[in-house]
Design a protein around this ligand. Structure first.
Ligand SMILES: [Zn+2]
Ligand SMILES: [Zn+2]
Length: 415
């Protein structure tokens, strides 16, 4: 459609501003702003048809003259960002449906192929002003701050990107769950059973690690994403369990990793310790959670009767490197589908005695049931230590000493 014809048809709908007029052909010609395009269309129509030039006289029927208020909106955004640390931002907007419908009606009536939606011009124009006034950089991919313009309500909502910290934790005290558990009686509202805390356990690894960081980042909440979890009653020693801590709604983003480590460890002596803290990002949470890493355990095993160490040694040699067939253990059968899984024992070795019990270290594929590897679970797991020794054996204590983290995943590639 010729521009002059387009101008005449669009004018039939009502008074329109240069921005909204120019946006109808927003992809024609580079290096122009939409209001320049709009003005150009008006001028060329006046010249071509030899009619009086007609500037916009009444309120634009599409945007209600939004673009006279871009400066005001930019100031609202800057006000909303006050007190929040961030280097990059993006603007988003909630445009009332009636406005979107108006412009979409024109697009379809006139069969326009290259219009730009109002929303995208608003975001860009307010964004340019905010960048100029503050020195913040626009970033649509991974901004620190998002300002959402609620046009109808004339307010700005700020969303702050979470911070992510990768590390490994060690747990020295039994009875601490990995994450916060709501009280089973009151579901978190607080009752007599939980002394009004709303929690089943007073502390969790998540809270012990997150709590000291909240004042540092002026944040609201921290969530722990773990690479698997140990039993509440197991300790986690050795090289620690990989985790990513998500710090939500942080008002500050800069911190020294050594100071953070110190802040966590100094208040959790003999309970929980973090090591290897590094900055991370949201995308690594999935990698961490999906990664099926090998785990290494230290277990204390009780074996009936008395067996010579050499007999134990040769039994362990048979199990080391073996593939174990495990039917879902009886202890979890009520929660999980009964099926047979095959998992490898990468290594199993004897490391010392305590009284009549034996310390073993086992490295297994993720998902290997260790207790059943020893007990045999009445023949449901095979081979097992019980089966090889022909003597009942059982785990009396189990601790995780190493879990592969995403640092190792990265070096393996696609393992
Ligand atoms: Zn307009
Ligand atoms: Zn309760």
């Amino acid at each position: 459609m010729e521009l002059t014809e387009l101008y005449q048809k669009i004018s039939e709908y009502g008074e329109i501003c240069d921005h909204c007029l120019g946006r109808m052909v927003a992809k024609r010609s580079f290096g122009l702003s939409n209001d320049q395009r709009g003005l150009g269309i008006r001028v060329s129509a006046a010249l071509t048809l030899n009619i009086p030039f007609h500037p916009q006289q009444e309120t634009c029927w599409i945007c209600g003259d939004f673009f006279k208020t871009t400066d005001l909106w930019a100031d609202r955004v800057i006000q909303a960002f006050r007190g929040i640390e961030g280097k990059t931002f993006v603007i988003g907007s909630k445009v009332p449906p009636l406005i979107s419908e108006s412009e979409e009606m024109v697009w379809s009536d006139l069969g326009l192929s290259d219009p730009e939606p109002l929303k995208s011009e608003i975001n860009r124009e307010v964004g340019k002003l905010v960048a100029t006034k503050t020195g913040l950089a626009g970033d649509t991919k991974n901004p620190d701050l998002i300002a959402l313009l609620h046009l109808h309500e004339e307010r700005v909502e700020v969303q702050i990107r979470s911070l992510f910290l990768y590390g490994r934790y060690l747990k020295y005290e039994r009875g601490i769950p990995q994450t916060h558990w709501a009280c089973s009686k009151c579901k978190g509202t607080g009752c007599d059973a939980c002394n009004g805390t709303g929690k089943q356990y007073l502390d969790s690894v998540e809270e012990l690690i997150g709590r000291p960081l909240l004042p540092i980042f002026k944040a609201e909440k921290a969530i722990l994403h773990g690479a698997g979890r140990e039993d509440i009653d197991a300790i986690m020693v050795g090289s620690g369990r990989p985790f990513i801590l998500e710090i939500m709604h942080p008002l500050t983003r800069e911190a020294d990793l050594k100071n953070l480590t110190e802040a966590i460890n100094s208040v959790n002596k003999d309970r929980v310790e973090v090591i290897d803290l590094q900055w991370s990002q949201r995308s690594e949470v999935e990698t961490l959670k999906n990664h099926k890493g090998h785990k290494k355990y230290r277990i204390l095993v009780d074996i009936d009767g008395s067996i010579p160490e050499t007999t134990l040694q040769s039994a362990l040699e048979q199990l080391s490197g073996a593939t174990i067939r495990q039917r879902t253990p009886t202890r979890v059968a009520h929660r999980r589908a009964d099926k047979v899984r095959e998992r490898g024992v990468l290594d199993i070795r004897y490391t010392g005695k305590e009284g009549n019990n034996f310390y073993l270290e086992v490295t297994g594929e993720a998902g290997l049931y260790i207790k059943e590897l020893i007990s045999g679970d009445q023949g449901r797991t095979t081979p097992s230590l019980t089966e090889v020794l022909k003597t009942p054996a059982r785990v009396v204590q189990l601790d995780v000493i190493h879990v592969e983290g995403i640092d190792q995943v990265k070096s393996h590639g696609t393992s």
